[in-house]
Design a binder for this molecule. Structure first.
Ligand code: G6P
Length: 609
C-alpha cells in the first residue's frame, strides 16, 4: 500500500528511483511521483496512472539530473486519484518535499492549525499536512524539523523527506509502515521493501518504529523521534535479483502459480524428521513448553491469508485435536476478545505488514496470548512483533493476487498442526506416515499444474458469465472461498464461495442455465454429499465444473467439466484443489484483457486499517 523509494549517492537518482518504483508498483499503482534536488532547487514530477506514465513525462521533460531524490507509487486513501493528490507533497515555504506511506490520523486538526498559521493547501491528502507541518517547524535543520513534526502526529507513516536548503541530506522515518535502508558504497537506497534495494546493495537494515535516519553521502545517523541514539543492525538481504524477475512468464501471477512445487519444497526443507516422526520448527523451539500447554488457538488474518487460516482451523482440530477458531483481524480487535490462559494467537500474513492482522495479534498478545507469526516476508513487522513464528520461505510474491503464499501458508499450518499433534498424543509412526504424504505434495502440485491447458479451455467456455459459485465442504470449503476470491480479484467477475450444503438455504435461487458452479469434489469423507449437491445444481440447469480426484469416473457422469487433481489425504487436498482454481482465475483475467498483476483498486500490502 504505497511504495516509497529514495536515493542519495553519486549516481543520477532518477533512473534508479523509477526502476525502484516499478519493483514496488505492486504496493499501489494509481499514481506516481518523484522529486530530486538539482543545482540546489527542487524538481518535482507527478502523474496519475502507472509508473511508466511518470517515466514518459520525465523523458519528455529531458529527465532529472540530481543525485538525491525521493519517489512514490500511490494507493489512494485520503483524496481522489488526481495529480494534486500525488506524492511527493511540498511545504509552501522552505522547499521541502516528502513521500509518505500510511495514514496521519489527526490530519484534520493539524490542517486547521496550519491554515490558521497562513499555510495554503493544494491537495486533500493527510501527507501534505505533514509536509506542511515539517515546513512550519523548520528552522535550519531538516532532521530536527521532521522529529518535531512526528512528535505531533498520530497514525502510521514511513516517510522520506528532502529540502532544497539542505541539498545533501535525506531524512527518513517510520512508525507502523515498513521502511528499509540499503547501505551501499558511498550511496544509500531507502525503500518500502528489499525488492527496490537488492539490485544496488545486499546490505540493509529495517527501521524500527519511531526511528529517524539522517543520511548524507558521507554516512548516516539513526535516532528516535525523541533524539535517543539507535544502533541499527545491518544484515545481508535474503533476496536475489532472479527471484523478483519475471523470467519467461507473461505475468508474475503465472510465474508464482507455476513455481509452487519448487518453493513448497523449500518450505518443507529441513523441517521434516521422518526417522523420529516429527516436525522440526526452529522458530518455535523456545516456546515448546508453552505450546504443550496450549488449550486454544486463534488464527487471525485477512484476504487470502484468512482462507488458509480457516484451513489451519480444520487442521488443528482434526490432526491435533485442539480447539481453534479463525477471526478477521479487523473484527477481532474491536470486539473485546476473551483471551483465556494458554491461548495461542497466530497471525497469518504473506507480507507481515497487514495493519488489521497486526493490530489483532498485538491486541491478543497484550491480553496474554502467546503470539505466533506465519509470515512470508523475513524481518517484517509481524515477524518482529510476535513471540515466535514460522516463515513460509516461498520467496517474494509480486502478483497482487496471492497464490504461492496461500499454499505456503497451508503447508506451514499443516506442519504446525502435526507439530502440536505429536506433542499432544500422536505416535511417531502415525506422524511419519503423515509426513511422507506431506512431502509428496510439491510433486502432486506439479501434476495438478498439468491441468493448465484444460483449465484454459473450460474457462474460455464460461468466461462471459458474470456470476459464479464456488462450493466445497470440510477442508475445501475455505478452498471454495479462495477460488471465488481469486476470480473476483483479477477478472472482476462476481463470484461467491460457500459450503456446498449452504447453497440450498438460499443461494440456490440464483441457479439458472447461465450460472457456472465450481465444485471441489475430491475423494474424502464428504464426497457423496458433494455429489448430491452437484445433482441439485444440475437439475436446476446450472453448469457444473468439478475439481475431482484422478480416476474418479463417476463424477464425469454428473459434471459437465472435470478438472482432475492427484489423489491425496483429505487434509492435504486444499493445496492441490486450489491449483486449478488459481489457473482458472488467471485465464479468466487474461481472456477478459485485464492487468493480471495489478488488478484495479487493490494493493498487495494493506498497511492501513
Ligand atoms: C490484500 C491483498 C490480498 C491479501 C491480503 C492479506 O488485501 O490484496 O491478496 O490476501 O491483503 O495480505 P497478507 O500480506 O496479510 O497476507
Amino acid at each position: 500500500m504505497c511504495g516509497i523509494v529514495a536515493y542519495i549517492g553519486g549516481r543520477t537518482a532518477e533512473p534508479l528511483l523509477i526502476e525502484g518504483l516499478k519493483r514496488l508498483e505492486y504496493r499501489g499503482y494509481d499514481s506516481a511521483g518523484i522529486a530530486t534536488i538539482e543545482g540546489g532547487a527542487l524538481r518535482v514530477a507527478r502523474s496519475v496512472g502507472r509508473v511508466s506514465e511518470l517515466e514518459e513525462r520525465l523523458h519528455e521533460a529531458g529527465g532529472f539530473a540530481g543525485s538525491l531524490g525521493i519517489a512514490h507509487t500511490r494507493w489512494a486513501t485520503h483524496g481522489g486519484v488526481n495529480e494534486a493528490n500525488c506524492h511527493p507533497h511540498r511545504d509552501d515555504r522552505n522547499g521541502i518535499a516528502m513521500v509518505h506511506n500510511g495514514i496521519i490520523e489527526n490530519y484534520a486538526s493539524l490542517r486547521t492549525y496550519l491554515e490558521e498559521k497562513g499555510h495554503t493547501f493544494s491537495s486533500e491528502t493527510d501527507t501534505e499536512v505533514l509536509a506542511m507541518l515539517i515546513g512550519e517547524l523548520y528552522e535550519d535543520d531538516l532532521e530536527r524539523a521532521v522529529k518535531a513534526a512526528l512528535r505531533e502526529v498520530t497514525g502510521a507513516y514511513a516517510i522520506a523527506v528532502i529540502c532544497e536548503k539542505e541539498p545533501g541530506t535525506l531524512v527518513v522515518a517510520r512508525k507502523g509502515s515498513p521502511l528499509m535502508v540499503g547501505v551501499g558504497n558511498g550511496e544509500y537506497v531507502v525503500a518500502s521493501d528489499a525488492s527496490a534495494i537488492v539490485a544496488h546493495t545486499s546490505q540493509a537494515f529495517p527501521l524500527a518504529d519511531y526511528n529517524v535516519v539522517r543520511i548524507t553521502r558521507e554516512g548516516f545517523r539513526t535516532s528516535t523521534i525523541d533524539d535517543t541514539p539507535v544502533t541499527p543492525k545491518i544484515s545481508q538481504l535474503e533476496l536475489d535479483l532472479e527471484q523478483i524477475e519475471i523470467g519467461t512468464f507473461s505475468h508474475f501471477m503465472q510465474k508464482e502459480i507455476f513455481e509452487q512445487p519448487k518453493v513448497l519444497a523449500t518450505t518443507l526443507r529441513g523441517r521434516i524428521d521422518r526417522n523420529e516422526g516429527r516436525v522440526v520448527l526452529g522458530g518455535l523451539a523456545n516456546f515448546s513448553k508453552e505450546l504443550v500447554k496450549a488449550r486454544r488457538f486463534i488464527l487471525t488474518a485477512q484476504g487470502t491469508a484468512l482462507h488458509s487460516a480457516m484451513i489451519g482451523e480444520y487442521l488443528l482440530e482434526d490432526l491435533a485435536k485442539i480447539s481453534a477458531e479463525v477471526e478477521f483481524g479487523s473484527e477481532f480487535r474491536y470486539r473485546n476478545p476473551i483471551i483465556e490462559e494458554n491461548t495461542v494467537v497466530v497471525g497469518v500474513s504473506q507480507s507481515g505488514e497487514t495493519a488489521d492482522t497486526l493490530s489483532a495479534v498485538i491486541e491478543a498478545k497484550d491480553r496474554g496470548a502467546l503470539a505466533l507469526g506465519v509470515v512470508n516476508v523475513v524481518g517484517s513487522t509481524m515477524a518482529r512483533e510476535t513471540d515466535a513464528g514460522v516463515y513460509l520461505r516461498v520467496g517474494p510474491e509480486i502478483g497482487v493476487a496471492s497464490t504461492k503464499a496461500f499454499t505456503g501458508q497451508v503447508m506451514v499450518l499443516t506442519m504446525l498442526a502435526l507439530y502440536m499433534a505429536r506433542r499432544r498424543f500422536m505416535s511417531p509412526d502415525v506422524c511419519a506416515r503423515c509426513l511422507t504424504q506431506l512431502e509428496a505434495v510439491p510433486d502432486k502440485i506439479a501434476r495438478a499444474l498439468e491441468t493448465n491447458d484444460r483449465v484454459r479451455q473450460v474457462t474460455e467456455r464460461y468466461v462471459d458469465r458474470d456470476n459464479w459459485l464456488f462450493l466445497g465442504r470440510g477442508y475445501n470449503y475455505p478452498t471454495a472461498l479462495e477460488g471465488a476470491l481469486k476470480l473476483k480479484e483479477i477478472s472482476y467477475i462476481h463470484a461467491e464461495g460457500m459450503p456446498a450444503a449452504e447453497m440450498k438455504h438460499g443461494p440456490i435461487a440464483l441457479i439458472d442455465d447461465g450460472m457456472p458452479a465450481v465444485f471441489i469434489a475430491n475423494q474424502g469423507r464428504q464426497y457423496e454429499k458433494v455429489m448430491s449437491n452437484i445433482a441439485e445444481v444440475r437439475s436446476r440447469g446450472g453448469h457444473v465444473i468439478a475439481v475431482a480426484t484422478e480416476g474418479d469416473t463417476e463424477i464425469a457422469k454428473v459434471a459437465e467439466e472435470v478438472l482432475y487433481i492427484p489423489e491425496c489425504e483429505e487434509f492435504l487436498s486444499p493445496m492441490l484443489a486450489v491449483v486449478p482454481l488459481q489457473l482458472m482465475a488467471y485465464h479468466a483475467a487474461v481472456l477478459r484483457g485485464h492487468d493480471v498483476d495489478k488488478p484495479r483498486n487493490l494493493a498487495k500490502s494493506v498497511t492501513v486499517e
